[in-house]
Unconditional design. Structure first.
Length: 359
């Protein structure tokens, strides 16, 4: 029997602290299955399930492929696997990364929306950039409930702020009141599910499953051709528009938000500049050595040419060093980028703000 409700929670930097505080106050008999994706490095190990199990009354485990879904359990995405939710079980996939992350929050949110529709409660907590926003849109489209941590108290506010800026969020919560809200929402009768066909979330979930044959059979590309290459594979990117959110996806399924793409491009540029600096410094050093040898053999013309090459390489290296040590190639901060744009777009929001404390 499927759980009455599904609570899906996404977090990144600062997420362990936030998750621990929420799980501490969840009811032991909560009428929901709870799924958590926290960004992990692919080669790392996760102790999150053990931490959450100790913190509260609800049992927490790392999800296992094909594991049945049970009410009153917390399922944590393991490192280097997307956690996808189906009607009566979970699947783990090493599908394409989204915003450079695997596990990523968006695939879990989208699959939950497809499987459980209005029974889903999506929660976005502390983290950098904007993972979770696209998935929260999918949850809202299927009639689910969207919740975001109050960015004012989040250790890293970008993820919840992006959710608030792009999704009609139902609740913006301080951590002290978030568990009580989830306990209350899980007590409500489940909403009758509507049947939705030809949903974009279905195609997005197939990408996460690496189900490229079904996507190819659909006969269309993910969106409008974009003039950028995928930072992960170098393939062509297509632009996807989801209401106010702009994302990109390549043919093999790597997905990027505009903020994530800008950040990765900056990282790629930074790495290329450091490589160029090293090559120029090595070229200058080798040219100086060869110049000295040529001069010792009396070949002054060759020695001068090599000395000139060394000087040119040194000047170019110094120029690149100045760029690297300045802030000129730093990406725009995601919060600053969205603040200015959304101040004009949303002069007033009717989002319900609830605090679990008096401050």
């Amino acid at each position: 029997m499927p759980p009455r409700h599904l609570i899906v929670i996404g977090a990144s930097a600062g997420g362990v602290e936030a998750l621990t505080r929420i799980v501490r106050d969840l009811a032991g008999d909560i009428r929901a299955a709870i799924f958590i994706t926290l960004h992990f490095p692919p080669t790392g190990t996760s102790a999150l399930a053990r931490i959450l199990k100790r913190a509260g009354k609800v049992n927490a485990v790392h999800a296992v492929d094909a594991q049945p879904i049970e009410e009153g359990e917390i399922y944590v995405a393991p490192p280097d696997n997307h956690l996808l939710i189906f009607r009566d079980h979970v699947r783990l996939y090493r599908g394409p990364r989204e915003n450079g992350n695997r596990p990523a929050v968006d695939p879990m949110f989208r699959s939950a929306a497809l499987a459980f529709g209005p029974r889903v409660i999506g929660v976005v907590l502390s983290g950098n950039l904007d993972d979770g926003t696209s998935g929260l849109l999918a949850i809202k489209r299927r009639g689910g409930i969207a919740v975001a941590q109050d960015p004012a108290e989040a250790m890293f506010p970008s993820m919840p702020q992006s959710a608030i800026d792009h999704v009609a969020v139902d609740y913006v919560m301080k951590l002290d009141g978030l568990a009580a809200l989830l306990n209350d929402l899980a007590k409500r009768p489940p909403v009758e599910e509507a049947i939705v066909t030809n949903d974009e979330a279905q195609k997005e979930t197939e990408y996460s499953e690496i189900d490229l044959l079904r996507i190819e059979d659909a006969g269309d590309h993910p969106g409008v051709l974009a003039p950028f290459g995928c930072p992960d594979c170098g393939g062509t990117l297509w632009e996807l528009r989801e209401e106010k959110l702009v994302r990109f996806r390549c043919r093999v399924g790597h997905a990027w938000t505009s903020g994530g793409l800008l950040t990765r491009q900056s990282e790629t540029l930074d790495a290329a500049l450091w490589t160029a600096l090293r090559a120029l410094e090595e070229s200058a050093s080798l040219s100086r050595q060869l110049s000295e040898r040529a001069r010792s053999r009396g070949n002054t013309r060759l020695a001068q040419r090599l000395a000139d090459n060394a000087s040119l390489a040194a000047r170019r290296a110094e120029t690149i060093r100045e760029v690297l040590l300045s802030d000129r190639n730093s990406p725009v901060d995601a919060d600053e980028e969205t603040d200015s744009a959304n101040a004009a777009r949303h002069p007033s929001r009717h989002t319900e703000r609830i605090s679990g404390s008096d401050d």
